[in-house]
Ligand binder design. Sequence first.
Ligand SMILES: *Cc1c(COP(=O)(O)O)cnc(C)c1O
Length: 404
Amino acid sequence: MQTGTAHLFIPGPTNIPADVARAMIVPMQDHRAPCFARLLEEVRDGLRPVFGTSQAQIALLPGSGTAGWEAAITNTLSPGDKVLVARHGHFSALWAEMAMALGLEVEIIDTAWGAPCPVIEIGRRLGRDRHGAIKAVFVTHNETSTGVTSDVAAVRAALDTSFHDALLFVDGVSSIGSIPFAMDAWGVDLAVAGSQKGLMCPAGLGIVAAGPRALAAMDGAGMVRSFLDLRAMLSAHEAGSFPFTPPSQLLHGLRAALERLHAEGLDTVHARHNRLASGIRAGVEALGLRIMAGHRVFASDTVTAIRTPQGIDARAVIEIARRRYNTQFGSGLGPLAGRVFRIGHLGDLNEGMCLAALGVAELSLRAAGAAVPLGAGVAAAQGVFADPEPVAELQRPFLTIAAE
Ligand SMILES: *Cc1c(COP(=O)(O)O)cnc(C)c1O
């Protein structure tokens, strides 16, 4: 039997704060009544600053982040349209695969896993595309499989300097709500999030923010869509409801989660994620282990993918943590299975939880046969957390939002 708190250190679903959980225990309600319209409006209003937008329209799709990907594609594009996608991890690969399955022509830039979105190569491909065949560029802001954050503003700059009209679609599923995201300032045309990562809710909602250019593209979009029709959803939302029965409990949870984020302050939320991630990274380094992210400059503040030493199966580490220590770490996805385990450090999290994650990781690594110095990771993270000043890490200008 397992005792004590089960520690969940996967990069989604994340821990649900008690007040968010309680907010979902409500009687069923009429989703065509004024009180539901108010709830929906509060949720959409609360999401706008989290996405960094005042212009975009927000749709709440029953489903998950993957539904958001599909809605992005089928509502704005036509069969055979060309899209440009960098493949540098499991999630960027899956989005590209979906685009192919849905009948798009997908130009793929294969990039090393552990590297960010290759902005210079994107600029080169756009510059070469003289007749504007590329209709959209897909960027995975935070590649959750490798723990790498990409520079979205730089992709916008690449589009602008090539005078290219392609739409910019961004997967922010594991970044939005945890690290800075500035949809309007970065010129993102459409952004996707999910309810179960930085937004601290159960899975069940794919959240799409569509900016003016994405909304305009819906006029000519020839792809087949029905359940995930964004225009039907947005016009129902404007009228205070859904085109079908909504998951209202989730919306109650999301409203409570947004209240928490705004009460803490988005800047404070982002700074907290940076501080906690810095502690985790310092701990991993002190254990002599390497992370997937090729450089600290683009190491993610929401998830760290840790390579196990040669000969140590990461699956064994994860299994020992689960069985002996009631702790769940994320697994290595796709080709990283067995080579990597991941610590999710996003959402409702504090220093003590990060120390527990590192302490259990040390024990599990040791039990799996890795010669890690017990306590060294915890001590290094404590060193970071003991310092009241923000961590003097490398400058990460693209991870902050420039003042307007
Ligand atoms: C989790 C995740 C997804 C998939 O979202 P689901 O909600 O599981 O459909 C997509 N992209 C990224 C970056 C993710 O982390």
